[in-house]
Design a protein around this ligand. Structure first.
Ligand code: GLC
Length: 494
């Protein structure tokens, strides 16, 4: 590869929107590659073909994948997604790794044989490349499901000329999920004890997929600058901080963007009334319509919205601790989400206690999510940790003011109003306590009620802010080039 030239990039992810999604990883995998392609690079995406993915695919190849002492058939299928470049609609290939044995099931994760399922995926991705005649400069791996690709590339495939110039970038979207399995994983990997050492993929007696990625990749990156710093500490490092400190020179942080086409209040067909900076008063029509849809009385009181996976990560405990205090003030509250039954039930109990003010919808509902983003006045994200966070970016795009704990990507994207009234785009707090959270929420409500012009300015700044992929995609290209250079340097040394 020559510097300055366009890159060939294989983007690997266990979930890619719109094909399969459980969280933010899918949104990133469904929008960053398109932006990179629009910048002129040859980008291809690959993911497993889960049973739920039915949309028109064509057959590309089939071959056996060795899993221990068995052979499992892999079928590669292909479809295309659209992206816009220079006003034209272009197509980018998306490959699916299909296996009746591993993926013909209702869900995406949480099966007893997940270790085998994702080892199969990693092996199949590498084996697919000569069959589709694609020699990427960079294989971009994401989260634990793809970690073994880095290990296999460096320990095995690099020896073959077809693979010898490929470099790897590994992105941490969430260090909490590491894919920690038993030593037995070595068997399906067809790798020996030599990779099962503390310097390699062994982790507290087990085989750790995330570690296999972090150790072997050329470049590591986390989904925000602050998170890239945080993961080096004991508090956020999930026991990987030692390794990440060791690899600090190769660890970068690039904040995620969102698709400004998918999330666009001026054109979004899912919301009740479109609006933009020019006519943002119409945002209010969305508020009234949302109230009607969820069964709240029409009102101009502050409407607090939440759309989340209901997990401890999202700081829901801070909200629950002061739920009565919030609901006894003059506000309305709407929550949409699915997840841990503990949180589902707790929020439902409060909704029963405050039926005229609070609505809780336990669902995964993309349309209603957009209506909450556009119809609410404030959006809560008091996360315990947040690698990047997309909710605050979407809410800003819709002129809905985020109230966040300053951690990870939230710290990099939301600036406190009080700290800088002219530039602030939300309300932030630092200590992970319900007092600190409540204080931030009260400050927001006070500005909303008492300083309407200041609130209008907040909305305008939110609508003006730019969290599209462009800037971050350029940073990714730089990282890819760095990975290629590192790989080439290693080649020379070898
Ligand atoms: C994970 C993280 C979230 C991040 C997303 C995409 O879901 O929890 O903070 O925005 O990945 O990178």
């Amino acid at each position: 590869m020559q510097t300055g030239s366009k890159l060939k990039i294989l983007y690997v992810s266990a979930e890619v929107s719109p094909f399969a999604k459980t969280g933010g990883l899918a949104d990133v995998a469904g929008s960053l590659p398109q932006t990179l392609a629009a910048m002129g690079n040859d980008v291809r995406v690959v993911m497993p073909r889960y049973k739920t993915i039915k949309s028109g695919m064509s057959y590309v190849a089939d071959f056996p994948v060795v899993m221990g002492d068995r052979r499992e058939t892999c079928i590669v299928r292909e479809t295309e997604t659209n992206y816009k470049a220079d006003g034209k609609t272009m197509k980018m290939p998306v490959y699916f790794i299909d296996s009746y044995h591993y993926y013909d099931r209702e869900g995406i994760y949480c099966y007893m044989d997940d270790a085998d399922r994702f080892v199969f995926f990693c092996k199949a991705v590498l084996e697919m490349l000569p069959r589709i005649n694609f020699q990427p400069d960079v294989i971009h791996c994401n989260d634990w499901h793809t970690g073994p690709i880095c290990l296999l590339l460096k320990e095995k495939y690099k020896r073959y000329p077809f693979y010898s110039n490929m470099s790897a970038v590994f992105t941490i979207h969430n260090l909490e999920y590491q894919g920690h399995f038993s030593k037995d994983t070595l068997r399906v990997l067809n790798m020996g004890e030599d990779v099962f050492t503390p310097e390699k993929a062994e982790f507290y007696g087990g085989f750790n997929f995330m570690k296999a990625g972090l150790v072997y990749t050329d470049i590591i990156n986390a989904v925000s600058e602050t998170y890239a710093e945080e993961v080096k500490t004991e508090r956020y490092g999930e026991k990987m901080e030692g390794l990440l400190n060791k690899r600090a020179k190769d660890l970068y942080g690039i904040v995620n963007g969102i698709s400004y086409e998918e999330f666009n209040p001026a054109e979004d067909p899912k919301i009740y009334k479109n609006y933009s900076l020019e006519n943002y008063e119409d945002k209010k029509q969305n508020k009234y319509a949302l109230q009607k849809e969820v069964g709240l009385p029409k009102s101009d009181k502050p409407l607090i919205g939440i759309v989340h996976r209901l997990t401890a990560q999202k700081g829901l405990d801070l909200i629950l601790d002061v739920m009565d205090e919030i609901m006894e003030s003059d506000v309305q509250f709407v929550l949409l989400g699915l997840g841990d039954p503990y949180y589902e039930n707790k929020f439902k109990e409060y909704a029963e206690k405050y039926p005229d003010k609070m609505k809780v919808i336990i669902e995964f509902n993309v349309t209603l999510a957009q209506r909450i983003y556009s119809g609410s006045d404030v959006f809560l994200m008091p996360s315990r940790f947040e690698p990047c966070g997309l909710g605050q970016l979407i809410s800003l795009r819709y002129g809905t003011i985020p109230i966040v704990r300053s951690t990870g990507g939230l710290a990099d994207t939301v600036l406190d109003f009080n700290a800088d009234e002219k530039q602030g785009n939300g309300f932030t707090f630092t200590d992970y306590t319900s007092e600190a959270f409540l204080n931030a929420l009260k400050r927001a409500i006070k500005v909303y009620n008492q300083k309407p012009e200041a609130w209008d300015m907040l909305i305008q700044r939110a609508l003006e802010s730019d969290f599209s992929w462009k800037t971050s995609a350029e940073k990714y290209l730089k990282l890819y080039k760095l990975a290629v250079e590192k790989q080439e340097a290693k080649e020379k040394l070898a």
